[in-house]
Design a protein around this ligand. Structure first.
Ligand code: CAA
Length: 258
């Protein structure tokens, strides 16, 4: 039995992390299940992914503290690498991933949503990195991604002081794009996912890769990444379709992902 449920609605895959007895905390098994669920996505058909947590209280309450408690240095390093590998797989997954954060996003929960492209939150969501209070650093990318998404000083305050922040504050600091009443979160995530899915999928993938890769290098290298991505799009049927529809004043577009 997997701790991740997959549902497909049209061209959108919804992955729900489901480990209710531990508020969807990430043990090794659940990390494996998340990787397997992403690997099982049909990349030809699916054009956007939504990642959420089961229930109405918690998105993901962190890495599993019971599993980590007895680890030694080597095992701790290996557990961190396991989470980092899965989250990097999500971050570099060719299809955009929207995190629908429906409650606690603490520790590994905040870290997994930061590996997604876009974060939408319910108004009861709480974000934080409680690790320093547990005697550890964030271990699934929190020291790196938080300081890249929000201002470094804000990231340091959240991490050093284990300062949890509510959804509105998360929006104010740019950690989430938008906040919704809980019942409206999934409809909003689906609406955004379908808007992404309606665009040319190869172009969207090239955008994701160009933004992510470009952020890691200086501007001279970054614009070359964009030029190459831009050029590759002209090899696609979808470029001819997208521009053809504009020139023919045609509203309906049929992107074939080729
Ligand atoms: N690991 C393991 N079990 C967890 C868990 C976690 N991260 N979070 C919650 N649970 C379990 C609880 O132990 C509890 O289990 P039992 O019913 O068997 O006692 C169950 O989920 C329900 O939790 P609570 O009773 O605590 O629920 P609450 O509503 O009172 O509190 C909460 C909710 C504030 C999220 C609280 O559960 C909490 O603080 N959880 C831990 C959050 C945390 O510290 N996360 C960071 C983990 S470290 C990390 O993630 C490292 C990393 O970067 C890789």
């Amino acid at each position: 039995m997997s701790n991740v449920k997959t549902e497909v609605q049209g061209q959108v895959a919804i992955l729900t992390i489901s480990r209710p007895k531990a508020l969807n905390a990430l043990n090794s098994e659940t990390l494996d299940d998340i990787k397997a669920a992403f690997e099982a996505i049909d990349q030809k058909e699916i054009r956007a992914v939504i990642l959420t947590g089961d229930g109405d209280k918690s998105f993901v309450a962190g890495a599993d503290i019971a599993e980590m408690h007895g680890l030694n240095k080597e095992q701790g390093t290996a557990f961190g690498k396991k989470g980092n590998d899965v989250f990097r797989y999500i971050e570099t997954f060719p299809i955009p991933v929207i995190a629908a954060v429906n409650g606690y996003a603490l520790g590994g929960g905040n870290e997994i949503c930061m590996s997604c492209d876009i974060r939408l939150a319910s108004d009861n969501a709480v974000f934080g990195q409680p690790e320093a209070g547990l005697g550890i650093t964030p271990g699934f990318g929190g020291t790196q991604r938080l300081a890249r998404i929000v201002a470094p000083g804000i990231a340091k305050e959240i991490i050093y002081a284990t300062k949890n922040i509510k959804a509105d504050k998360a929006k104010e600091i740019g950690l989430v794009n938008e906040v919704y009443p809980q019942a409206e979160l999934m409809p909003a995530a689906l609406k955004l996912a379908n808007k992404i899915a309606a665009n040319a999928p190869i172009a969207v993938r090239e955008c994701k890769k160009a933004i992510n890769d470009g952020l890691q290098v200086d501007m001279d290298k970054a614009i070359v990444i964009e030029e190459e991505a831009f050029g590759r799009c002209f090899e696609t049927a979808d470029q001819k379709e997208g521009m053809g529809a504009f020139l023919e004043k045609r509203k309906d577009k049929h992107f074939i992902n080729a």
